[in-house]
Design a binder for this molecule. Structure first.
Ligand code: ADP
Ligand code: NA
Length: 329
């Protein structure tokens, strides 16, 4: 049976990269796959990066990440949505895969290298992160994984582990494929320093639940095409992150107006940013209002997650039993 799985870390406030790159696809695929679409707040992943983990705030961040997904349109009646640590089989399967994974392959993962580079002492969990991710996906025998482009290498490893397990212990797992949001493969950070990411901190992100005036303060100082020094210089909107964001938030006539206006110096960067802010306001206001309603009803959120965990475990348990039997324990 075709099945979808994806996870999102509660390492910080969800941002427009998460939203357009992943969360909107959760909702879309949920319409198609129903209870065979399984989504997870991966709190056990979040603890592998000491720079982004604080035990005092983890539970609150997990709650907020759930709220954000519900506010973005995920319906817990239609899909399976839960918190990773509530389904212990993720860790159990992860250990089985650990035994099948060469350390060298993990050391070559670019996300690992980027994060490890900034740390004095590297936790083994950071190295093992992609193994746990493979377990997350394969525990549900998922074949479709909606993610951003940054996860390509991890999905490749998941496929390799599925093949390895099948070869060693008999046909068990499908080889899952990544599916990407075509227009949001890798959304740049608002600070102009590469990919937008929670783990880089708030200077890089535009949060989907962030107050609109705070978003505007970031946009106001965001870098634009560096070749456009004076207001009268023409610019290249394809080399500008504001141009990238317009494609996510603005309607077609607005996109045409600002792209043409930038190329001809017809409009300045501040006006272009103001027009972007209108699109952001239109998209995020209803979402933020729904989030407020959910925060006022925390029991509903927790109940939905507990139900999700029970549904996930019903799928996970027999798969884990099959694994135990095939692996000889
Ligand atoms: P982050 O890198 O911000 O900590 P996660 O690791 O929790 O985010 O990833 C959650 C999902 O969001 C993943 O599918 C990831 O590929 C996607 N994603 C993260 N950042 C971006 C981005 N800048 N553009 C597109 N997709 C992204
Ligand atoms: Na990431």
């Amino acid at each position: 049976m075709p099945r979808v799985f994806s996870g999102i870390q509660p390492t910080g406030d969800p941002h427009i990269g998460n939203y357009f790159g992943a969360m909107r696809n959760y909702v879309r695929l949920g319409e198609e796959y129903g209870k065979n679409s399984i989504y997870c707040v991966v709190d056990l992943h979040a603890i592998t990066n000491p720079a982004a983990y604080d035990p005092k705030t983890l539970a609150q961040r997990t709650f907020e990440m759930a709220v954000a997904n519900f506010a973005a349109g995920l319906d817990p009646e239609k899909v399976v949505f839960f918190v990773q640590s509530q389904v212990p089989e993720h860790q159990e399967l992860s250990w089985v895969f650990t035994a099948l994974t060469p350390v060298g392959e993990l050391e070559r993962m670019t996300q690992y290298k980027d994060k490890a580079e900034q740390l004095e002492s590297i936790p083994a969990g950071l190295l093992m992160y992609p193994v746990l991710m493979a377990a997350d996906i394969l525990l549900y025998k998922a074949d479709t994984v909606p993610v951003g482009e940054d996860q390509t290498q991890h999905i490749e490893l998941t496929r390799a582990l599925a093949r390895k397990f099948n070869h060693a212990y008999g046909e068990t797992f499908p080889e899952p494929k990544a599916v990407y949001a075509r227009d949001a493969l890798r959304i740049p950070g608002v600070d102009g320093q590469g990919k937008m990411s929670k783990s880089k901190g708030e200077s890089s992100t535009i949060g989907i639940l962030e107050p609109l005036d705070s978003i505007w303060q970031k946009l106001r100082v965001a870098p634009t095409d560096p070749a456009r020094v004076r207001r009268s210089d023409p610019g290249d909107p394809d080399k500008c992150l504001i141009g990238d964001y317009h494609k996510l938030f603005s309607d077609l006539p607005t996109i045409e107006t600002v792209y043409e206006g930038c190329r001809t110096a017809g409009i300045g960067c501040v006006d272009c940013k103001k027009m972007l802010m209108q699109g952001i306001t239109r998209e995020l206001t209803p979402l933020q209002e729904r989030a407020e309603g959910l925060r006022a009803n925390p029991d509903w959120v927790r109940d939905a997650l507990a139900t999700g965990a029970r549904q996930a475990r019903e799928i996970a348990r027999p798969v884990m039993e099959e694994v135990r039997e095939k692996a000889g324990f």
